[in-house]
Design a protein around this ligand. Structure first.
Ligand code: NAD
Length: 480
């Protein structure tokens, strides 16, 4: 499989080819065309020219039809796309199928919203009228990560297109084949004007950096780490462009004394090991009432140890590899350091001994117990299968521990006491709080971060706002 850049309606070769590998085996899956600043410039040119045409930016009915046709074309390819996603990203096939289903559902959601663009009009004084128009913001640059490359592409691209923007997509190199494959049915539509959706790939960052600094890119939507998001904010400042930044997290699960520990431990284990712990909202810290600490240690250890590691296409596999060997080594080192400095190792992680997994980027899950929430492994986002267990004495301490972080992406509260659940949810400084659940993300509900977890919201109606400007038009027509 070879994929090329798509700029101004044409598939184009690049500056050589870059291999894409299966992280479970190290085998070559195919290659993508190398790109960089030249491709980014050409893509921005094409998107700028396309935005100047009213055909797309002033035509919500066409935009809806294009989104509906894309969703319809993806339906029969669900299985094929899920398989490719598993091969390139490593996640178990069931997770890939769920992600493709969620992505198609999200395109349909924004297809509906494409035609919902009301603005108020008012007479502010006799004969003086004001109207407010939601206009597309212009050219949107979209930098997409590898961990959920279907949903995280579509939750940015679909609202950008629904709003009437033209776009330049830069996928992560680790999942470039998949991103090209999911975009291909959209790019093949006759109804899609040339230059509205442009795609370029690169193994480095020059092209992405151009999207950030170019004054002709009006909105930059980035999903990735807080470190890169900070750099993007600095580099974009001279252009004053609109920024949508979906960044890192360190999600806490607060488990109160009335919770059924044996029943919820397997759900916490799944929440911590989703995409091998490489999800921004994955469970990272379990804060449990002190009376339940011994039971939680036993139940969580058993639940994590019961999750089979394996190739994502193997039917019983529940934890796939990390995204690549570099990530395995970096994350593995940080997990080792955490195990060496914590109060107690409950389940040791590390590379699996199974020879069948030797060539893959696998890491076993690790569970540790610690008292000091200031420890680096309670504060730093470690993007892998590490779970920290902490105890609290009362509700106030639980909330204080959970809010002791520079992040603010998501958390969950586990209790049968409805008033407590809502009270604690309100007190947590996070963009999303789940009650008796974790990692529930879907098209209708906005997600985003407080504090260093980012700016703006994706999913939901609010995501459209990130891709629009509000214009006030005034006219004094006098009176009869
Ligand atoms: P990353 O920040 O390392 O890289 C993301 C992308 O940034 C890459 O494609 C790279 O090309 C680009 N990039 C690097 N330097 C750049 C620069 N100077 N200018 C412009 N672009 C540049 O992130 P990652 O490791 O690929 O992804 C993991 C991170 O993503 C985690 O921190 C995770 O929490 C976060 N994430 C957040 C959400 C969310 O919704 N908040 C969702 C998924 C992932």
């Amino acid at each position: 499989m070879q994929v090329r850049h798509h700029i101004n309606g044409d598939w184009l070769d690049g500056d050589g080819w870059v291999d894409s590998l299966d992280p479970a085996t190290g085998e070559r899956l195919g290659a993508f065309a190398e790109g960089g600043e030249a491709q980014a410039r050409a893509a921005v040119d094409a998107a700028t020219a396309a935005f100047a045409q009213p055909l797309w930016s002033q035509n919500p009915r066409l935009r809806q039809q294009v989104l509906l046709a894309w969703a319809a074309a993806l339906e029969p390819r669900r299985d094929e796309l899920a398989r490719l996603l598993t091969l390139e990203n490593g996640k178990p096939l069931a997770q890939s199928l769920g992600e493709i289903g969620g992505a198609i559902s999200e395109i349909l959601y924004y297809a509906g919203l494409a035609r919902h663009n009301p603005g108020p009009a008012m007479e502010v004084a006799p004969g003086e009228f004001s109207a407010l128009f939601r206009e597309p913001a212009g050219v949107a640059g979209l930098i997409i990560p590898w961990n959920a490359p279907a949903v995280l592409l579509i939750r940015a691209l679909a609202p950008a297109l629904a709003a009437g923007c033209t776009t330049v997509v830069k996928p992560a190199p680790q999942t470039a084949l998949f991103n090209a494959a999911i975009l291909e049915p959209l790019l093949a539509l006759d109804a899609l004007p040339a230059g509205v959706v442009n795609l370029f790939m690169e193994s480095g960052h020059q092209g992405a950096a151009h999207l950030v600094t170019s004054p002709r890119v009006d909105v930059l939507s980035f999903t990735g780490s807080t470190a890169t998001g900070t750099r993007i904010m600095q580099d974009a400042a001279p252009t004053m462009k609109k920024l949508s930044l979906e960044l890192g997290g360190k999600s806490c699960c607060l488990v109160f004394e009335d919770a059924d520990v044996d029943a919820i431990a397997p759900r916490l284990a799944a929440a911590a090991t989703i995409i091998s712990g490489q999800q921004c909202t994955a469970a990272r810290r379990v804060l449990v009432h002190a009376s339940q600490l011994p039971a939680m240690k036993t139940a969580l250890r058993a639940a994590l140890a019961a999750l089979p590691l394996g190739h994502g296409l193997a039917p019983d596999s529940r934890i796939g590899p990390l995204i690549d060997h570099r990530a395995r080594d970096l994350v593995g080192r940080r997990m080792d350091e955490a195990e060496q400095s914590c109060d107690q190792v409950i389940l040791a992680g590390g590379q699996p001994g199974d020879p069948a997994l030797r060539d893959g980027a696998f890491l076993l899950p690790s569970l540790i117990h610690h008292r000091d929430s200031g420890a680096f492994f309670c504060q730093e986002e470690i993007f892998g299968p590490l779970l920290v267990l902490e105890a609290f004495e009362d509700e106030a301490e639980a909330v204080a521990r959970a809010n002791h972080t520079e992040f603010g992406l998501s958390a969950s509260v586990w209790t049968r006491d409805g008033a407590r659940a809502l009270r604690v949810a309100r007190a947590l400084r996070d963009g999303t709080v789940w009650i008796n659940d974790h990692n529930k993300l879907f098209a209708e509900a906005e997600t985003g971060g407080y504090r260093k977890s980012g700016l703006g919201r994706l999913h939901g109606f609010d995501a459209l706002m990130d891709f629009t400007e509000l214009k006030h038009v005034y006219q004094n027509v006098g009176t009869v």
